[in-house]
Design a protein around this ligand. Structure first.
Ligand code: PMV
Length: 344
């Protein structure tokens, strides 16, 4: 359904991002505060477009995802998030109990939703900016990142283009748990080729997976301890454009994150057999002289980094692996921006 152009409205576009040093585990679930920092690259063209229209005629918020009404749980999550910005119009508690203007939200992704392709990052980054705009707030990027974090930890990083680093902060109220830009998208001519192994929604969402890991995995604390040195090493590797060093750090961070989840009780295993086949293939290609490394998030898909000159070759090689049906070619993307139209 199209929206009334006379009603206050915000439209934003955000790109997904892929973590080179992973975020896995919260120090506070209510405020969505990460236990550790993380570092990512924002990915063009994996975009979410979100339109938020303030509509006094509505009695509750509505959400349309990729052209169809969202389920009650997803709508409630988005509505709870909108309350954070609605609370500048009425106090938070009253906003949460139904006071203040309701909104109509429409969102669409240009890539498969909820398959470990970080759609929550681009979704909440776009929702943050579009909601702020609809309510008439002109917020700086740090504030947008802080708010986006409340929706999804990784979304805080998608506010920025290029390489971004999330700080876990130390304050109880989370005021310093915010991302910051590290290097612009054109700092390094890298590509990320995603091998799509499963397009359907994943079984264990990232929040459930990481909360369960924190609660039950004997490897969670060692994992958390390993993150600060990885952040320092990744920062240095990116600054120096040292692909070999970044290979080492990124694969290590990915495998240790998954090791902590696999060691939970019961273990959380996001990989499929094809994922492992692809991991071995990437290492064999590297041994054969192709500069590549892999990373994997809370799903079975494999993401392969390479200098852009090798992206077509990497895509072809991934497609030759039985069980990989599709690839998505990504380049460093820009930050979250306002756009004029929601329609494709
Ligand atoms: O932002 P969330 O809550 O969807 O968590 C993201 C977790 C990982 O994608 C696995 C790692 C990361 O840092 O993006």
């Amino acid at each position: 359904m199209s929206t009334d152009p006379l009603k206050p409205r915000g439209i934003a576009r955000a790109f997904a991002n892929i973590a080179l040093v992973k975020y896995w585990g919260k120090r506070d679930s209510a405020l969505n505060l990460p236990r550790t920092g993380s570092l990512s690259l924002t990915l063009d063209p994996l975009a979410t477009f979100t339109e938020v229209t303030v509509d006094p005629e509505l009695t509750e918020d509505t959400l349309e995802l990729n052209g169809v009404p969202a389920d009650a749980k997803t709508t409630a999550r988005v509505s709870g998030f909108v309350d954070l910005l609605r609370s500048s119009v009425v106090p938070t508690a009253r906003a949460a109990s139904g006071e203040g203007p309701r909104v109509r939200v429409r969102s669409r992704n240009t890539f498969p939703t909820a398959a470990g392709l970080a759609s929550s990052a681009s979704s909440f980054a776009a929702l943050t900016l579009a909601t702020a705009q609809a309510f008439g707030h002109d917020l700086d990027t740090a504030t947008l990142s802080l708010l986006a974090r409340r929706g999804s930890g990784s979304a805080a990083r998608s506010i920025f283009g290029g390489f971004a680093e999330m700080s876990p902060g130390t304050r109880d109220d989370g005021a310093d748990a915010v991302a910051r830009p590290l290097f612009d998208p054109d700092h390094w001519d890298l590509s990320v080729v995603i091998g799509v192994i499963q397009k359907g929604p994943k079984k264990v969402g990232s929040t459930l997976g990481m909360d369960h890991t924190v609660a039950t995995s004997p490897y969670f604390e060692p994992w958390a301890d390993s993150v600060p040195p990885d952040l320092a090493a990744a920062r240095a590797a990116i600054e120096a454009r040292d692909f070999e060093l970044l290979t080492h750090v990124a694969e290590r961070s990915c495998l240790r994150m998954h090791a902590s989840a696999i060691a939970a009780d019961p273990g959380v295993i996001y990989w499929r057999g094809v994922t492992i086949d692809a991991v071995h293939a990437v290492r064999e290609w590297r041994d054969g002289g192709l500069p590549v490394f892999f990373t994997i998030d809370a799903g079975p898909n494999i993401k392969v980094f390479c200098p852009s000159a090798h992206a077509a070759e990497v895509s072809q090689r991934l497609l030759d692996i039985p069980g990989i049906d599709d690839t998505l070619l990504c380049r460093p993307g820009g930050g979250t921006v306002r756009v004029d139209t929601f329609e494709p």
